[in-house]
Design a protein around this ligand. Structure first.
Ligand code: GLV
Ligand code: MG
Length: 338
């Protein structure tokens, strides 16, 4: 792990960052709020203790006419909130927008002491991260910050997905990646019925029974996001950074939200976005290992002794590799409990 001072020396453009480990901080939900909205700002002290990450959103969802008010709201919240153990992030406007430079400048110079991570939307390649890395280094030096700000990129264009490995390795500031399903669907010409969801017509039908295409065949809706999440998880794992599911926009459908979050957890994601207080507890539940999985992991690890060899437990083979899976569950449970 590099020392914070090293973050002030940006890497040469194109030089891959070494694999690094992000120090653990609970990040099961990144809770979005619009800082331009005074009512939402007034709720911040109540929300902070309920969430792992609070994010002031300056980008999509904030009308163009409110961009300056959102930036001012970010600064006000940063300067007047006791965040305790909760992380404070902001999502700035995209690098090709007229607002990004002012967002980054205000975020670092006026809110930098309170902020942990800056989320950059629509990242398309490592050059976007290099640009932000250098700009942050300048602004941090000007602000005299003692801790470097980390970068979280949203994967929401086809080009971003094509370059995902290079994006993850582009800077030691990289903290993680989120799936941005709404923009990504638009960019790829995908069709979905709700943000972060699928489409009932994306299905697989059982083969004809006895060759009869009229037979009553089972239909399964398929997950449109499986490929992208799996690819993102591998790229993040290679770089030692953290993968997140993004938003689920159908707030009332708490069942489907939980399903999407759980699939992401099972594939290796550490958290998801919450867009409404209803989604906070869903993320907390899904991204914390269940008591049953912790109890099972403990039994396997105890039965495996030094963690090598193979044993039979409840009729199932366990070995070095399955013991490692159990250790991942136990260390997550311990870190969340600490
Ligand atoms: C999030 O920003 C998305 O586009 O889904
Ligand atoms: Mg987006």
């Amino acid at each position: 792990m590099r020392s914070p001072k090293d973050f002030f020396k940006p890497l040469a453009v194109g030089a891959p960052a070494p694999r690094h480990e992000i120090p653990f901080r609970p990040s099961r939900m990144i809770h979005f709020f619009p800082p331009s909205n005074e009512k939402m700002r007034s709720k911040v002290p109540d929300i902070v203790p309920q969430v792992d990450v609070l994010l002031a959103n300056l980008e999509d969802g904030v009308p163009a006419t409110d961009k300056e008010a959102a930036r001012a709201g970010l600064v006000e919240v940063a300067q007047n909130t006791d965040f305790g153990e909760t992380q404070f992030w902001t999502r700035v406007n995209s690098l090709d927008s007229p607002w990004c430079l002012d967002d980054l400048t205000a975020a670092v110079l006026e809110a930098g002491e309170a902020l942990d991570v800056i989320m950059i939307p629509k990242v398309e390649g490592p050059e976007d991260i290099h640009y932000v890395d250098r700009l942050l280094a300048q602004l941090e030096a000007k602000a005299g910050l003692s801790e470097p700000l980390m970068i979280h990129a949203i994967l929401e264009t086809a080009r971003g997905v094509a370059n995902v490995e290079e994006i993850c390795l582009a800077s030691p500031r990289m903290q993680g990646l989120s799936l941005g399903p709404a923009d990504l669907a638009a960019n790829r010409r995908m069709k979905t019925t709700r943000v972060g969801g699928g489409h009932p017509d994306y299905l697989v039908r059982q083969d004809p029974i006895d060759g009869d295409i009229e037979s009553d065949r089972t239909i399964y809706q398929q997950d449109l996001w499986h490929y992208t999440i799996a690819r993102m998880v591998d790229a993040c794992g290679t770089a030692g950074i953290l993968p997140f599911y993004g938003p689920f926009g159908d707030i009332a459908d708490v069942v489907a939200c939980e399903d999407q979050f759980r699939n992401a957890y099972l594939l290796g994601c550490v958290g998801a976005w919450s867009l409404h207080p209803k989604q906070i507890d869903i993320a907390k539940r899904v991204f914390s290992p269940s008591p049953e999985s912790v109890a099972h992991a403990r039994r396997v690890v105890e039965a495996m002794g030094d963690g090598t060899g193979a044993i039979m437990l409840d009729g199932k083979m366990e070995d070095d590799a399955s013991c490692k899976q159990c250790q991942v569950v136990l260390s997550l449970a311990k870190e969340l409990a600490d």
